[in-house]
Ligand binder design. Sequence first.
Ligand code: AKB
Length: 346
Amino acid sequence: MNKNTILVTGANGEIGHGLIEHLAKSDGVQIVAIDMNPMDKSIKAKCHKAIVGDILDFGLLETLSTAHDFDTIYHLAALLSTRAERQPTLAHRVNVDGTLNLLELAITQSRLQGREIKFIYPSSIAVYGLPDVVTKHKSGKVKENQWCEPRTMYGINKLYNEQLGRYYTHYYRQLDVEPARGRVDFRGVRFPGLISALTVPTGGTSDFAPEMLHQAAQHLPYDCFVREDTRIPFMAMPDAIKALLHLQAAPRERLSRLVYNVGAFNPSAGEVYARIRNDFPDAKVGFLPDQKRQVIVDSWPEDVDDSTARTEWGYNPEYDFERAFSEYLIPAIRNRYDTPSKQNNR
Ligand code: AKB
């Protein structure tokens, strides 16, 4: 049987782990994974090929393109917002030049195979840039075309990459005698902060919520770097994976946009702490805002309007705030750190 070959970049990251778990369950799929770091054993075992390498390495991408016929590319590799702010030129290289390289790989593949290649891209709420907290509160649920004035290198990179996706989908080499239009089918979701029970994020600015939870589960204190009243949207990792897979599978004619907001719940940092204490009563969190990281989070919306994703491709998160904790995060995190349940503590 001919298998669908899927390329996943940044495969060893948070989203990569969950995505590969899911993709590997489907029959007729083979995964080629690439990451800067050696792949975790559990993930590596599920891949047809697991390559340690750099998306800035043209030679490596060319070899990949010669060796495989890719159907879909999930381009997850990126430097997140805090890390990108500390190393802006490196961030630009990885986030923008890296994405351009992958889009070029996609277009080469479409020429070689004579068909469209799907390019699935996780964008972010970091593309938004609200000027101050008062405007943030007043704006409520932000729509895709509002406040697209990011103040971070990461947000700027993501917003520009969305535009590159539009260019490669609709206008690529438009002056050619026979323009190769529509050869890349770019689809993106603007993710909120993601919370996974299985992995801890690194280098992000929404990391305060997952860090708080993972520290509590290990009975370790945590200094939260934002104010208690800080509010941004979050999503449980299984819903993020589901969103990528559903958007990938949606018929193109149902989609009016290339990039969609997706949200699930939007607790304040204080509400996250209160919810964690229900299950880990000894959790100790101090709120010690880092003014510079606070300004970044304050520029992100307190919620997103994801009605277009819901209408056009049936986006429908399974986990609201309470369910995310009671049915996914708490049981899985106890399992991970082998923490006895509240009942056993009594
Ligand atoms: C980050 O904090 O940089 C990311 C994001 C919101 O995209 N988690």
